[in-house]
Design a protein around this ligand. Sequence first.
Ligand code: CO8
Length: 259
Amino acid sequence: MVYETIILDKKPPIAYLTFNRPDVLNSINLQMIREFRDALENVGSDKGLRILIITGAGRAFQAGADIKYMTGLSLLEFHEYNHSGMKNMDLLESLPQVSIAAVNGYALGGGLEVALACDIRILSEKARVGVPEVKLGILPGAGGTQRLPRIVGKGRALEMITTGEMIDAQEAYRIGLANKVVPDGEVVKAAEEMAQKILANGPLAVIMAKDAVNVGKDLPQDQACEYAHKNITFLFSTQDAKEGLQAFVDKRAPIWKGE
Ligand code: CO8
């Protein structure tokens, strides 16, 4: 697929995905939803990639749904639009790669929902984030009503969702929505620095750890712990775990094979 609304740049082991409709603050039309899905499937099936960094061209990460585009949709068309956008977030969240949102500017509505579906969020000090949908008479339709409270807690999520007000990067950091705030223009660099720390670790261990967190969050705690126990038991049987443990004993850096 030739992309017009996004850019996918693979530099294994890192993939860079950039939303690219800067004239409309990278707002989301159906074409972007389709291209984003194709790119996520592409990244997800590429065994050479271990990290996905998502950012936006220009001064926004993503300003949410393309409001002008939405005004022309029938109810059925809106259903397809929102549902396929929502499913993209599930796909993003379940990727084997670790995803890092490098939030360079506004992340609003569906744009914040993309960042919420990423594993890690790094914000520019100039970024402003929010879910302003109620100001438009709708609600965060791509998983925001569920992921936001899981990340910042129900009270803070409901404050953001019902007021529709934006918050700045420092407030996002204070409430746990941002992992890190960095100077303007340095979000991708900061994401790459975090990526290097992740890439230094056992590749299978990172995949299985993310899986344990993602699957476990929707299970009762005892079942979630049993699930994580199965993952670590699997990992213990791998060559990488033997290497990682032995390398510690030998006081040397491990050499990972992903086996
Ligand atoms: N949709 C369409 N166009 C947009 C959007 C948008 N969401 N945001 C900005 N633009 C356009 C503007 O119309 C403007 O275009 P033009 O130059 O032709 O007038 C251009 O981008 C620049 O924007 P502004 O002039 O408004 O820039 P400002 O710096 O003054 O303001 C803001 C920036 C505060 C971000 C402002 O543009 C704004 O409030 N935008 C709307 C944000 C919003 O309400 N987002 C939520 C949308 S609803 C939603 O996301 C529901 C999600 C459903 C799931 C979808 C599936 C994934």
